[in-house]
Design a binder for this molecule. Structure first.
Ligand code: URP
Ligand code: ZN
Ligand code: ZN
Length: 459
């Protein structure tokens, strides 16, 4: 199958030029002016941007969490990602306490195998790191799982102590692995939650009011300090506040390899969105939404490369029967929100259309940097001869409506209900296959393949 994309404006993290792109099978084979070759399909991209498929390195499909399970499975979640212009996800497998790291990954392979609409990789959430775990880590790295998430939050579920963090970081750092850190002081936060509940404070907004930004900043500071001692890089996930960002800035100014992602919810939403009633459960995620001034500070961090990546932390739970588990107690609301489908258009609108970042930086933040950070570049994350043909034809002049009636995620609400943003994902090509065209999904479960990733932090 040969496909020709004609007359587009090709944007990568560093390029901006008019060209045609020939896709041969799964790969980009020629980029040039006025390619005139017989092909099976021509896509006219006149007036459109031609960008690398989005890479979302932080999703939780089918994650068992908070007494229930994330409502998107690997098919519905990856199909929704494709609708939104994302052609690769990196999801989080889980090694539960006492379980081997290998068996944790095997379980996630079983969940995802044959179901994904787009390509996927795994990080591993690691809850034990004792003698023998370094060997398991290296076995997994040989199998393409080269990053591991540790938690300073959720005591009794995922939280690990500083000794475990130090051991895992030392081992990962030695072989080009990367520790992704959920950085929040979960022990102190738990005490604050207990106090709030004793005082009868049970509404969703108390989820945010019991998780101060200083608890996130402390976690970021500690993660960076331990990484520095362990001589390992560190990647802070879902960074949400200016206080936490300042810890990243301080470390980077000293030349320490500290990296971080933020997510659209921390750029576009704020503490006021919780309101007083139970509807605020839609935004019960961890870290929580912050006071509004943090939004602008995070955009500044993205512009100045103190933040390198925008992921979604897509972890949807329906309001009905799932979020409702916490209707009398905010601490029982499953933590997480939908977003994998919204990211590209949201960031184009808030970033490029509203003049906060350049088009090149938009591509870098939504695709290229994640590919480099997590060992997928140059196969993914760019438009180049020899790269996978993961391409989005994006119309900068059309609009994207958000809301449950327009979105494809398997969840009963949208985090951006009623919003309409500038920019629209028009056509999505996944390894040479047109999977989204004219608002229709043309692919099938199992089109997406597991990605063996290489060494991290080639950035
Ligand atoms: O609320 C969130 N973020 N849920 C998913 C788990 C995590 O901490 O990333
Ligand atoms: Zn987390
Ligand atoms: Zn997450």
């Amino acid at each position: 199958m040969r496909t020709l994309i004609k007359n587009g404006r090709v944007i990568t993290a560093v390029d901006d030029y008019a060209a045609d792109i020939l896709i041969d099978g799964e790969i980009i084979s020629i980029i040039g002016k006025s390619i005139d070759i017989e092909v099976d399909k021509i896509i006219d991209a006149s007036g459109k941007l031609v960008i690398p498929g989005g890479i979302d390195p932080h999703t939780h499909m089918e994650l068992p969490f908070g007494g229930t399970q994330a409502s998107d499975d690997f098919f519905t979640g990856t199909r929704a990602a494709a609708f939104g212009g994302t052609t690769t996800i990196i999801d989080f497998a889980v090694q539960y306490k006492g379980e081997s790291m290998i068996s944790g990954v095997d379980n996630w392979h079983q969940k995802a195998e044959g179901k994904c609409a787009i390509d996927y990789g795994f990080h591993l959430i690691t809850t034990d790191f004792e003698d023998g775990h370094a060997e398991q880590m290296y076995t997994l790295m040989d199998e393409g799982i080269t990053s591991f998430k540790l938690f300073m939050a959720y005591p009794g579920v995922f939280l690990v102590d500083d000794a475990t963090i130090f051991r895992a970081m030392s081992a990962a750092g030695e072989r080009g692995g990367l520790i992704c850190m959920h950085a929040e002081n979960g022990i102190v936060i738990n005490e604050i939650i207990k106090r709030a509940l004793e005082q009868g404070r049970t509404a969703p907004k108390w989820h945010a009011l019991t998780r101060p930004t200083i608890a996130e900043a402390e976690g970021v500071h500690r993660a960076i300090a331990i990484a520095e001692i362990a001589e390992s890089p560190v990647y802070i996930v879902h960074l949400s506040s200016a206080d936490a960002l300042n810890k990243i800035r301080e470390a980077r100014d000293r030349g320490i390899p500290a990296f971080a992602e933020t997510c659209p919810q921390y750029l576009f939403r704020n503490l006021d969105d919780y309101g007083e009633g139970f509807d605020g459960a839609k935004y019960v995620m961890t870290p929580p939404l912050r006071e509004k001034h943090n939004n602008a500070e995070l955009w500044k961090g993205l512009k100045m490369d103190d933040l390198q990546v925008i992921s979604t932390d897509h972890c949807p739970f329906c309001m009905k029967e799932q979020k409702e588990l916490g209707k009398d107690d905010f601490s029982k609301i499953p933590n997480g929100a939908p977003g994998v489908e919204n990211r590209m258009a949201l960031i184009y609108n808030g970033g490029v259309a509203e003049n906060r970042i350049s088009l090149n930086r938009f591509v870098e933040l939504t695709s290229t940097a994640a590919a480099k950070m997590f060992g997928l570049f140059p196969r993914k994350g760019t438009i180049a001869v020899g790269s996978d043909a993961d391409i989005v034809v994006f119309d900068p002049n059309a609009e994207t409506p958000f809301g449950v009636d327009h979105e494809h995620m398997n969840v009963d609400y949208s985090a951006y209900e009623g919003w309409r943003v500038k920019g629209k994902v028009e056509t999505v090509i996944q390894r040479g296959n047109v999977v989204i065209e004219n608002g229709e999904y043309l692919g099938k479960a199992g089109d997406g393949a597991f990605l063996k990733r290489g060494e991290c932090v080639k950035i």
